[in-house]
Design a protein around this ligand. Structure first.
Ligand code: FPP
Length: 244
């Protein structure tokens, strides 16, 4: 549910999900290697977590690495994994201070052992925190998430844990990586691209979409407030007729 920020005079979405796009172009504009763009992009992630929480956002989800991103040149894949490793390691230290609860979405089985261990540690140690709920999608694809959910659901039917007649939208949601997390109220994709790219396809059924031109490393509090302003102008009806 939206909350109200008195200072901004605006409703604040409970859950914002962001497709981080434009790191490569940001670096190219500065005649720097793409990996430099990813490094600045990861700094922007940290900043936006802080700003979003200060503004009143309860859940923030970022798309850091998709199931398709493995097809990038291997030095770029390795550089992004290195950034994620460093980020996870720092996060283990900082979450007790900033009270952030971190969860990773995606197929962890496809990640290196050391990254999986760090994820387990971070998720466990931050699980009791009550501040920002921060989800990072790594080796995530919506289709893959739904297939993995279907497999687990089928196994539970075969072993009698659930019955076919128990399958509802709620049960299916509870098998997804996002179980227990409210659907995103707003999905932002930076850099002017207007695609969902296999991100939260089930969960975004009633999300508001926002596509600013800004490249991800330049995204900051001002851009976040602009996004929330746009959200406030939207008329969310969820398929119903607006009440007078
Ligand atoms: C999209 O820009 C960005 C990515 C695929 C990688 C995002 C990863 C990070 C910001 C690293 C760290 C993440 C966290 C959570 C700390 P692009 O390379 O597609 O840019 P382009 O479209 O301009 O080439």
């Amino acid at each position: 549910m939206d909350t109200y920020n008195e200072e901004l005079g605006m409703r604040v979405p409970e859950h914002i999900a962001i497709i981080l796009d434009g790191n490569g172009r940001w670096a190219k504009k500065r005649l720097m290697p793409r990996n430099y763009g990813h490094m600045q992009g990861s700094k922007a992630v940290e900043l936006v977590c802080e700003e979003a929480y200060n503004i009143g956002v309860k859940y923030l989800t970022v798309y850091a690495f998709s199931t398709e991103n493995w097809q990038r040149p291997s030095d770029e894949v390795q550089a992004i994994m290195k950034l994620l490793r460093n980020y996870l390691k720092d996060c283990i230290k900082t979450t007790s201070k900033n009270n952030m609860k971190v969860r990773i979405l995606g197929d962890k089985a496809g990640l290196d052992d050391d990254i999986r261990e760090q994820i387990d540690k971070l998720e466990k140690e931050s699980s009791k925190n009550t501040g920002l709920n921060f989800q990072i999608a790594i080796n995530y694809g919506s289709r893959d998430e739904m297939v993995r959910a279907m497999r687990r659901m089928s196994a539970d039917i075969a072993s009698g844990i659930i019955k076919e007649s128990d399958i509802t939208e709620e049960t299916f949601s509870s098998y997804l990586d996002t179980r227990g997390i409210p659907d995103p109220d707003m999905i932002i994709r930076t850099s002017g691209e207007q695609r969902l790219s296999n991100f939260l396809m089930w969960q975004s059924a009633y999300s508001e979409f926002y596509f600013p031109e800004v490249l991800w490393p330049d995204f900051n509090r001002k851009e976040l407030v602009k996004a929330i302003e746009a959200y406030n102008k939207r008329d969310r009806r969820y398929g119903k007729v607006k009440e007078k």
